[in-house]
Design a protein around this ligand. Structure first.
Ligand code: ADP
Ligand code: MG
Length: 261
């Protein structure tokens, strides 16, 4: 089976004028299957955002090869193969929820006279997917942080990409909203069958959500372990207290300790 995302010996060095260069990633290889939920987990500075940026064609690696849905990151970007969600919702304050969600469709010219209905239907479908139908006419500042992040997810999925790239999307939320959003995201993932790459520094979050966790270590950023999460689908909150959950968390924690030893 062909990998949806394939990285072959990717390294990334930031050249800084007048300062030492920084090796953010060293020799990263991974193959991610279509439709899986994968986390990139590690402490701050281990290169998670750099790696996601390379997948999203926001950064060019110093060496190595990468393919996204069988294409170069550039072509994949132009063909709208992925959507991105960042830690802060980055919504436009002067646009309502539905106008924010519709933005990528406007950019793609879905909103011209001929397909106005298609445009409205798609926004409606996205509002329903993230449970925000009653908030279509609200402005971002009228929403909680969790709701704003649901708008970001809807906006990223509006163009129906195959892949969703997420950089610590729930890190700024309180513990209660975070758990709710994690369940929302899993429901959306099950319903839409996207491939999700989820960046986080929380071990428990990575275990709860993922099929596979790629554990990364800093200085320089590299892959230190790949852990399969064999908890049953669908995930439920009570699993967080199961023996199996604890043992996966401690397995990952040990892989960090071994690195430091
Ligand atoms: P993470 O997302 O895991 O916190 P980053 O990918 O942001 O890690 O950063 C990895 C390393 O690369 C860090 O040491 C960071 O300081 C460095 N870095 C990130 N972006 C730049 C940049 N634009 N210029 C120089 N160094 C950078
Ligand atoms: Mg980061």
């Amino acid at each position: 089976m062909q990998s949806e995302i394939l990285l072959n010996h990717i390294s990334m060095t930031y050249q800084q004028e007048g300062k030492n260069s920084i090796t953010a990633l060293e020799d990263i290889s991974m193959g991610i299957e279509k439709g899986t939920f994968v986390s990139l987990l590690g402490p701050s500075g281990c290169g998670k955002s750099t790696l996601l940026g390379i997948m999203a064609d926001l950064l060019q690696p110093s060496s190595g090869e990468i393919s996204i849905a069988g294409e170069s990151p550039r072509t994949a970007r132009l063909n709208k193969k992925y959507g991105i969600v960042f830690q802060n919702a980055v919504l436009y304050d002067w646009r309502t929820v539905e106008q924010n969600i519709g933005l990528p469709l406007e950019v793609m010219k879905v909103k011209d006279k001929n397909n106005k209905k298609e445009w409205l239907d798609r926004i409606e479908e996205m509002l329903e997917l993230v449970n925000l139908k009653d908030f279509a006419k609200y402005y971002p500042h009228q929403l909680s942080g969790g709701m704003q992040q649901r708008v970001s997810i809807a906006r990223a999925l509006a163009i129906n990409p195959e892949i969703l790239l997420m950089d610590e999307p729930f890190s700024a939320l309180d513990e209660f909203s975070k758990e709710r959003l994690q369940d929302d995201l899993l429901r959306i993932w099950t319903k839409t069958s996207k491939t999700i790459i989820f960046v986080t520094h929380s071990i428990a979050e990575a275990v709860y959500l993922s099929d596979q966790v790629y554990v990364m270590s800093p200085h320089p950023g590299r892959l230190s372990a790949v852990v399969d999460i064999d908890l049953p689908r669908q995930r439920t909150q009570d699993m967080r207290e199961s023996k199996q959950f604890y043992s996966l968390v401690s397995k990952i924690r040990h892989s960090f300790e071994l690195e430091e030893a």
